[in-house]
Design a protein around this ligand. Structure first.
Ligand SMILES: NC(=O)c1ccc[n+]([C@@H]2O[C@H](COP(=O)([O-])OP(=O)(O)OC[C@H]3O[C@@H](n4cnc5c(N)ncnc54)[C@H](OP(=O)(O)O)[C@@H]3O)[C@@H](O)[C@H]2O)c1
Length: 253
């Protein structure tokens, strides 16, 4: 195993906003981390850069929409890789343009699998290597009006579950941590600005689970999602209809 006392280096794909930014910020002030790189297409909002801790976060321009992104993406020197990139828009399946369909699959699913493949030697190797990926509760339940997004997240969820078994059976201790959020308003996912103060607790939960070596965490499980998953398991049809009506109301407002 690698020396756990050595300073670590983290790269966060989708680290410019939302949960990824909150995680990057917490890692930057974590005594175990020497270098934190946040990747995305945009600059980090200047109001966050003023926060002392974010002076420690480097920014790297990365767009995972193009499937060739992975060719130039270098993970050497990093022992912590965190994939937070994702997007989705509420709309009927017939109104999702073909380009958006490809992008939904690429950003939420395929680019993650490309990255996991790129890290395969580290994941299977003897040194401590952390890989964290964010999927969604919509990968576990029916999700009308989010059909392509939910399907892409389900692809990612299933891929991680199977890869973890392969890693475990080959004797590796480096299992992938799958983070499963439900609805989180404070990120930029729904188009608003990231409210980073409201995301700190989630970032701490995720980093703690990563350090423990957990393989899955459902955010807000006891408070909300245990009940949601129970309702879905008991009556998927009613669950789907209620979800449809709720989202139709949200699209109107
Ligand atoms: N918020 C929720 O309610 C919710 C619920 C379930 C799951 N999730 C998942 O949680 C993860 C984090 O989302 P969030 O809520 O924190 O949303 P967010 O604030 O919008 O952050 C998404 C991040 O992904 C990056 N990204 C998107 N497209 C990209 C691309 N083509 N190339 C590179 N980076 C890209 C964005 O950076 P740039 O814009 O700078 O490229 C941003 O840093 C996502 O996987 C999302 O699907 C969120």
């Amino acid at each position: 195993m690698g020396d756990p006392t050595l300073p670590r280096n983290a790269i966060v794909i989708g680290g410019t906003k939302g949960l990824g930014l909150a995680i990057a910020e917490k890692l930057a002030v974590d005594g175990n981390y020497k270098r934190v790189v946040a990747c995305g297409r945009s600059k980090i909002d200047p109001s966050f850069s003023k926060r002392a801790s974010l002076h420690e976060v480097e920014l790297r321009h990365v767009d995972v929409t193009d499937r060739t992104w992975i060719h130039d993406f270098d993970v050497s020197g990093f022992d912590t890789v965190i994939y937070c990139a994702g997007f989705g828009k509420l709309k009927p399946f017939s109104e999702v343009p073909e380009d958006e369909l490809y992008n939904l699959a690429q950003v939420n699913a395929l680019s993650l699998t490309q990255l996991i493949r790129k890290c395969s030697l580290h994941l299977a190797g003897p040194n401590d290597f952390k890989f964290v990926a964010i999927t969604s509760i919509s990968s576990l339940v029916v999700s009308p009006l989010f059909a392509a997004y939910a399907a892409a997240k389900a692809f990612a969820h299933s891929y991680i579950e199977s890869v973890n078994v392969e890693l475990e059976m080959s004797g590796s201790k480096n299992l992938i941590l799958e983070v499963i959020p439900g609805y989180i308003e404070a990120t930029s996912f729904y188009g608003g600005p990231t409210k980073i103060e409201a995301l700190g607790d989630y970032a701490i939960q995720i980093i703690s689970a990563m350090k423990r070596g957990d393989r899955r965490i459902i955010l807000d499980y006891e408070k909300t999602y245990r009940g949601v998953l129970d309702r879905y398991a008991k009556d998927p049809k009613s669950f789907g209809q209620e979800s449809y009506n709720y989202k139709m109301e949200r699209m109107k407002s």
